[in-house]
Design a protein around this ligand. Structure first.
Ligand code: NAI
Length: 398
């Protein structure tokens, strides 16, 4: 079949297998060019392993350390002549590269929030990798059904008062003002349930109880803080509350792990990048378009793979020290938050409108980056060619 992009708001409902494979290959090549990470973990569980930061963590592990990986994600295989989701194709491509070199690679597709699925994953992990020396938690989801069967939904809203800001309609390339009404207490509570630390803690306590975390293991979850222009919708909003809960959870888990297995728990505060999750946050696509222009011009731009290589190198190989806020918090957003970068972002932010969007910001780069998440606009891919949408994930555990 011929697969073209079909964008609906902040999501693309199709994905291209060869384009996704090309994006994965590019990230593998980046890691290979940077060099081996000799001391990085050799057996690693990645929750949310198919796109964005979780995928980049898996690529760094496979290509940088030849690590055996077990990846968990929620993706759609190809069915009824329809293409699979991007995360499915990414995983199939990375698996093919890993298996070609004899690197163990296992995956499970399902709802990581559910207790049943956790139990099945633990059983499969025991039969495949056995104990792991690192767990990455990189889930981003709009809803979660917890172990009691209650479903919570996350919202992206300010807290306390409404917030009016510029934003961009990414389809039309129009800058306009939106007003976001403040979240109710219940919406705050539900967002913390979905994106806070509760599920992470359940996973880690289960893995320890099942003796699947090796001694000295490191566990990491990802967070974001960002600059003041986005604080009302991010750091001080509902998602920020969830991230604060994640940080508290890291402290609790750090004491627990240090007691039980001499392990450590960390939050890595990452840079803003274009992913399926971040595209859905109001205001952030406009901020990213401006940020990328400023960072590219200053030679400071990083995407998921550069960030994750830096994280693994800093945490495990001591190649380049990481900035730290505390024993449980490392900062990879140091370049994004450089005063000179943010000064320039703020200056552009005040002047940007529909007519100067493409000159004052990297909006075209943002859009290309977004389409590439789904395997479109990738160099060397013929989008008019007939392509088989079926790509097997060979070591997918049912
Ligand atoms: P993403 O949307 O690219 O990836 C989400 C992953 O979670 C995918 O692998 C998806 O399959 C998986 N997933 C979603 N629901 C699931 C479920 N119920 N069961 C199993 N797997 C599920 O997201 P992104 O942006 O990489 O986010 C990952 C983490 O990084 C989040 O905690 C996010 O807040 C954080 N982060 C993201 C930044 C950004 O700019 N995108 C910046 C800093 C931190």
């Amino acid at each position: 079949m011929i697969i073209q992009s079909k964008v609906r708001g902040f999501i693309c409902i199709t994905a291209h297998p060869d384009g996704c494979a090309a994006q994965v290959r590019k990230q593998i090549d980046y890691v290979r060019a940077r060099g081996e990470l000799k001391n990085a973990p050799k057996r690693i569980l990645i929750l949310g392993a198919s796109t964005g930061y979780g995928l980049a963590s898996r690529i760094v592990s496979v290509a940088g350390a030849k690590a055996a990986t077990f990846g968990v994600f929620y993706e759609r295989p190809s069915a009824d002549g329809k293409p699979a989701s991007a995360g499915w194709y990414n995983t199939a491509a990375l698996e093919a590269a890993a298996l070609k070199e004899g690197i163990p690679f296992y995956s499970m597709n399902g709802d990581a929030f559910s207790s049943d699925f956790k139990t099945k994953t633990v059983e499969a992990l025991r039969k495949t990798l056995g104990t792991v020396d690192c767990v990455i938690y990189s889930l981003a989801a709009p809803r979660r059904t917890d172990k009691d069967g209650i479903t919570y939904k996350s919202v992206l809203k300010p807290i306390g008062q409404s917030f009016t800001s510029k934003t961009v309609n990414t389809d039309k390339g129009e800058v306009f003002e939106i007003t976001l009404e403040p979240a109710t207490d219940d919406e705050i509570f539900q967002t913390v349930k979905v994106m806070g630390g509760e599920d992470w803690e359940e996973w880690i306590r289960l893995l320890v109880a099942e003796k699947l975390l090796a001694s000295n293991a490191t566990i990491v979850a990802y967070s974001y803080i960002g600059p003041e222009v986005t604080w009302p919708i991010y750091k001080s909003g509902t998602i920020g509350r969830a991230k604060a809960h994640l940080a508290e959870t890291a402290e609790r888990l750090n004491s627990f792990l240090s007691d039980k297995i001499q392990g450590r728990a960390l939050i890595s505060v990452n840079k803003a990048v274009v992913t399926q999750a971040s595209s859905a946050i109001p205001v952030v696509p406009l901020y990213n378009s401006i940020l990328f222009k400023v960072m590219k011009e200053a030679g400071l731009h990083e995407d998921c793979i550069q960030q994750m290589y830096r994280l693994f190198a800093g945490l495990f190989d001591e190649k380049g020290a990481l900035k730290r806020d505390s024993a449980t918090c490392v900062r990879l957003d140091d370049l994004e938050l450089k005063p000179e970068v943010q000064f320039e972002v703020q200056r552009i932010w005040e002047r940007i409108n529909t007519s100067n969007l493409r000159t004052l910001s990297d909006f075209d780069g943002y859009k290309k980056n977004f389409l590439q998440l789904f395997g479109f606009e990738c160099e060397g891919v013929d989008y008019n060619a007939d392509v088989n949408p079926e790509r097997p994930i060979r070591n997918l555990i049912a």
